[in-house]
Design a protein around this ligand. Structure first.
Ligand SMILES: [Zn+2]
Length: 331
């Protein structure tokens, strides 16, 4: 009997340990936030990390094949939304007549399938996106994560979320920038997702991905980066669409308040990477030049010469001041 009690006690303790341990996060956006991720996940300190700040004047034009979205994107499908302790993740539920949501083109290697979609957001409408454009943040960023099942190549399609404020929806000019169908689909998403306040909460929702993605999937930037959460795996192909989806701030805000305060990583150094753009004319930049375009090499002869001149100038000035002081006390 004693043995039996021991076993019961052991199994209860083990169950409690496993349940509890599952909820201890190895990383988060606070105490164990992005600045210290690399201590446990060394790849997070790598040289191909995401997100990045896209300095538009420093991007290179390249022609890309058009994206081909399978018809499944334009149909309602059943998704499970889950609060995974960091964000709300939407995954496709398997349906008998569905082999997955497939994506090709865009110079992506082969055919890729949707793995999940999730959002990143911030403490207010001026922060939340992970990528930045010329140092500007959006209110949030949507990631549609895809994978090529035969090569395991991951590619993320990313769309910025912009918040719009307006009191009277029928009279304000902002309304004309809102795509009503896209807005309605996201409103349905927010209404349900914001109820997933506790970790591991799940719910089922029918969504049309094409509506969620909006109609502005023409112009984009492309670069090689990483997952923006630990383990920060590199070798990810990023597509950042230029045009944001416009949201109504009040709807977005309720989501921000009810789920998590913020969940975004700030831009990482670009190092030697190139950013490509698929649109010929870059009209988004009113700033004609950036220092990044001709990154200064600190060992360049001109810099060394300049630095030597500066040293000579300051040392001469110092000697002059000392001489003045010396003569003033002598005479
Ligand atoms: Zn993400």
């Amino acid at each position: 009997m004693n043995m039996m009690l021991h076993r019961v006690f052991f199994f209860i303790s083990f169950y409690l340990y496993v349940t509890y341990a599952d909820h201890i996060h190895e990383w988060d956006y606070g105490e164990f936030g992005p600045d210290v991720w690399y201590e446990k996940y060394p790849t997070c300190g790598g040289r191909l990390q995401s997100p990045i700040n896209i300095l538009t004047a420093c991007t290179t034009y390249k022609s890309f094949t058009p994206f081909i979205f399978e018809s499944g994107y334009n149909e309602q499908h059943s998704f499970t939304l889950k609060n995974n302790g960091h964000t709300i993740v939407g995954t496709l539920n398997s349906e008998s007549n569905l082999s997955g949501l497939k994506l090709a083109g865009g110079d992506l290697p082969g055919t890729l399938e949707l793995v999940n979609f999730h959002l990143h957001w911030g403490e207010n409408h001026k922060s939340g996106s992970e990528h930045e454009v010329n140092g500007m943040k959006y209110a949030g960023e949507i990631h549609f994560v895809h994978i090529n099942p035969s090569t395991n190549q991951t590619a993320v399609l990313s769309i910025f979320m912009q918040s719009a404020f307006f009191q009277n929806e029928t009279t304000n000019n902002t309304v004309r920038f809102l795509d009503e169908d896209t807005r309605k689909e996201w409103k349905r998403y927010f209404d349900i997702a914001q109820t997933l306040k506790i970790e591991d909460n799940t719910t089922i929702i029918y969504l049309n991905l094409s509506l969620l993605m909006g109609k502005n999937l023409r112009d984009f930037w492309r670069y090689e980066g990483s997952l923006t959460t630990p383990p920060c795996t590199e070798g990810i192909i990023w597509t950042i669409f230029k045009e944001p989806i416009i949201f109504v701030e009040s709807e977005f805000k309720s989501f921000r308040q009810n789920i998590y305060f913020e969940d975004y990583r700030s831009p990482q150094p670009l190092y030697a990477r190139k950013i490509y753009r698929n649109f010929f004319n870059d009209t988004s930049s009113s700033i004609p030049d950036y220092s990044c375009c001709s990154r200064k090499d600190p060992n360049k002869p001109s810099d060394i010469l300049k630095s030597s001149f500066e040293k000579l100038y300051y040392s001469t000035y110092l000697i002059y001041i000392l001489l003045l002081y010396f003569f003033s006390i002598t005479f």
